[in-house]
Design a protein around this ligand. Sequence first.
Ligand code: GLN
Length: 381
Amino acid sequence: MNLIESKLPKVGTTIFTTMGKLAYQYDAVNLSQGFPNFNADSKLLKLVQEAISEGYNQYAPMQGIYSLREIISEKIENLYGHSYNPENEITITASATQGIFTAISTFVKPNDEVIIFKPAYDCYEPAITLCGGVIVPIQLLDADFKIDWENFKAAITPKTKMVIINTPHNPTGTILSEQDMLKLQYILEDTNIILLSDEVYEHLVFDGKTHESAAKFQGLASRSILCASFGKTFHVTGWKMGYCAAPKELMLEFRKVHQYVVFCVNHPVQHGVAQYLKNPKNYIGLNTFYQQKRDYFLNAIQNSRFKISPCTGTYFQILDYSSITDENDISFAERLIKEYKIASIPISVFNLDNQDNKQLRFCFAKTEETLDKAAEILNRI
Ligand code: GLN
């Protein structure tokens, strides 16, 4: 018998699981997988508990409860000036990862090309491969990770079906500027290319910069599926809930797949989040909150031997260790866990051909106590 012909022969276990497990095993300060080590606002927790007590414990509507889609629509309109009809243009998903998987499965056919920028978050490529799509990777260079738009233009062919962008960007902590988005809009004009815009860190943008959502640009919004995450915004990554927004023609197709991937999403959590989202203060201050954490962390390690280029978004900071050792980043990251008891994520796993640029990613969504412990270790290396 030969039961298995793997559809993902090159895929192993995700780096987040690998590093997280090792961190646990060695009792290391865990700045690897991105998750806050503090609790969400007790008001939000209470709202979800109330929804459970009130009996919202059966299936939710397939597309998500209306009140949640309605408040999301208002939020997007207020922030980015684009109106999505809650009826047919917004769907609540079981995490952004599910939204991304569903979007790719909905639109990518065998031999369709999908352009992605490397380093790329690791859930895009397996989904493209499962659909028989062809990954067209563009490596972003060095410390600033800027997109060379001429390079991008040259990668477009008649087979290009989709482009995936991610701003603020995981793992690099960079953001796309208004100029970037305008260039993208201009290049995609007159094409039939769908834009998948992963914006899960939309509320984590620093230094007075603004998040440039694809929704802000009419020429992009009309061809985009926006993916967002409540886990990142409300410090509840374990709730695995987010949403997608897209023009109704795209959303209609998206829902055909969504209904058979999850059917619907956790019902009481939707009620809690819908209530909580009514107050914009519950997400508007997040930039300042995380900027303070970034600054606290970077200040504490400023005399270390790592080279620091402060991130402008997300809760991830890349540190360059080239002046410490020429070990490759995976073995260095493993050694840091085992010998120094600090866990990070090596960037090479997200790069084209696993290029090793001596960079590690550290998550600073942690209490000051944890950041102090981490800094004490990093300063010793
Ligand atoms: N988004 C998280 C990170 O980048 C990981 C989530 C996961 O483990 N799949 O660290």
